[in-house]
Design a protein around this ligand. Sequence first.
Ligand code: PBG
Length: 322
Amino acid sequence: MNFPQLRLRRLRKNERIRRLVRETGLSVDDFVYPLFVCPGKGVKTPISSMVGQFQLSIDHIIEEVEEVEGLGIPGVILFGIPERKDEMGTEAYSDDGIIQRAVRAIKEEILDFLVITDVCLCGYTSHGHCGVVDGDQILNDPTLELLAKQALSHARAGADMVAPSDMMDGRVGAIRKALDENGYSETAIMAYSAKFASSFYGPFREAAESAPQFGDRKSYQMDFANADEALREVRLDIHEGADIVMVKPALPYLDLIYRVKEEFNIPVAAYNVSGEYAMIKAAAQLGWIDGERAMMESLLSIKRAGADIIVTYFAKEAAKRI
Ligand code: PBG
């Protein structure tokens, strides 16, 4: 059949018909909400490049988690802003570190809430790199040991899932081994598998105070020209024990979300990163786009591409609209 017998507009005629034939939908079940934990009490510092997002001390984190829970969002991912930074990022793997304390506090208040922790050193090192530094080199294998210690201390604090975001080779295997050997075989790993050296992390680095103090992250995060390599990264992480694999950022990388979902039968997460959030917020503030509609369209596109899970700063706002 062809036009004029065939008319695709018949199924767009009104909202009820459109609802009936809609192929993809968003659910609050899809979301993970990122939170930035900082030291102190009663601290709620706005992040200027991320409207509506804050650095929160643990007391405020608890309030926030209660709100997130009330909206039906399954879980949060935590990023820490430590008291002190040093060359080796010691607070990252201290049982008394900011994240470890935050996880314990959340778990004390809301037993079955899902707590995911970001595992990476960049927020904790004085040089702002995601690994151990020697001169201008970021060392791979010595970093694995620290990441494994960090993941283990998060698990010990009660984290349900750890999310390594450093892009060192072999980190998923090293973390899985450390968790299993220490009685945490139930702790899941959501690996930032295809993580690109992206300009869209800019606002996050303000939020987490984690910008590299020299050079850039191109020797560990992926070249954004490469797609086959992203599939190799994902394959390796699955092989090393990742339970969920992630593509990051999301919107400029929908092709990869699609390819990863097609290629592997494993839950796929996409990180709708700080820059993607900031662009919509900024344009909306200027009155140049309808921010709410752009938000819903972006999130749905990520879902349509194949993501099962969307890590997004929009989680609360979107949950209210669903
Ligand atoms: C840490 C990390 C980053 C993000 C998540 N974990 C920043 C980076 O790699 O520099 C970015 C998240 C965002 O932009 O929202 N390695």
